[in-house]
Design a protein. Structure first.
Length: 209
C-alpha cells in the first residue's frame, strides 16, 4: 500500500490492506506527529499488531504507552473526552467555537446561549517540582484564590517542563497570564500559552510520508 503524502494527504481516509487485514486508515494522529488511525476488525487485532511490530522493527519503531500519548496531545492542545470535554463545559467554553454554527438551530443551543461563558479551556506551561507531574484536578490559583483547575497534565519533552490543560475564569484566559498550580502542598508558577504551543503550523503532521 502506498502511503506517500501525495497519495495519502493529511485528513484523508481510505480502505487499505495491511498484510491480510482490511483496515480503514485515517491520516490523523493524536500526538502532533505524522501518523494514522487504523480501524480494523476486532478479531484481527493481534494479527495486525504483530504485523506492525515486525515491519516497524527495521525502522527503529518503539512502543509507547498511553501516558506518553497524553503528554504529546497536550503539547498540541488536543482536548480529550472525560477531561477537557464532558458535561461540565459547553463547546464554546472548551475552546471549540469553529465547530459550532450559531446561524443554525440545533439541540441544546438555547441552553448553551443561556449558560454563557463561565470558564475557558487553556493550555499552561508549568515550572513544577522535579519529582512529579500534574495529572489533572490540581487547583489553579491567583493571589491565593482558586480560579480554576487542571483537567489533565504531564511532562512536555518539547519544552522541558510540565504542561497542563484546564479551565480558568474567562478574564484569566489570555495568553501570558501568570497563575499558580497547587501540587505537593506547594504553589508552582504556571503561564497560559497559545493553543497548540508545539508546532502550531502543523508542519510535522503534514510532512511528506
Amino acid at each position: 500500500t502506498v502511503l506517500s503524502n501525495k497519495r495519502f494527504p493529511w485528513l484523508s481516509a481510505r480502505r487499505i490492506e495491511l498484510g491480510m487485514c482490511p483496515v480503514n486508515a485515517i491520516r490523523v494522529a493524536y500526538t502532533g506527529e505524522l501518523g494514522w488511525e487504523l480501524h480494523h476488525p476486532v478479531e484481527m487485532g493481534r494479527y495486525l499488531w504483530d504485523q506492525l511490530v515486525e515491519a516497524g522493527a527495521k525502522h527503529g519503531m518503539k512502543l509507547v504507552g498511553a501516558r506518553a500519548q497524553n503528554w504529546l496531545r497536550q503539547e498540541k492542545s488536543y482536548r480529550a473526552f472525560g477531561t477537557e470535554l464532558g458535561r461540565d463545559a459547553t463547546p464554546l467554553e472548551a475552546g471549540l467555537p469553529r465547530f459550532v454554527d450559531m446561524s443554525k438551530d440545533f439541540r441544546g443551543k438555547g441552553a448553551m446561549v443561556a449558560t454563557g461563558i463561565r470558564a475557558m479551556c487553556v493550555t499552561l506551561l508549568i515550572d513544577g517540582p522535579s519529582d512529579t507531574d500534574p495529572w489533572g484536578k490540581e487547583a489553579l490559583l491567583l493571589n491565593g484564590e482558586k480560579i480554576g483547575r487542571l483537567t489533565s497534565g504531564g511532562w512536555s519533552v518539547a519544552f522541558g517542563k510540565q504542561i497542563g490543560m484546564g479551565y480558568v475564569r474567562p478574564d484569566l484566559a489570555a495568553v501570558g497570564t501568570k497563575l499558580k498550580v497547587r501540587m505537593l502542598l506547594k504553589e508552582w508558577d504556571a503561564e497560559v500559552v497559545e493553543d497548540s504551543p508545539f508546532d502550531p503550523a502543523n508542519v510535522r503532521i503534514r510532512q511528506d510520508g
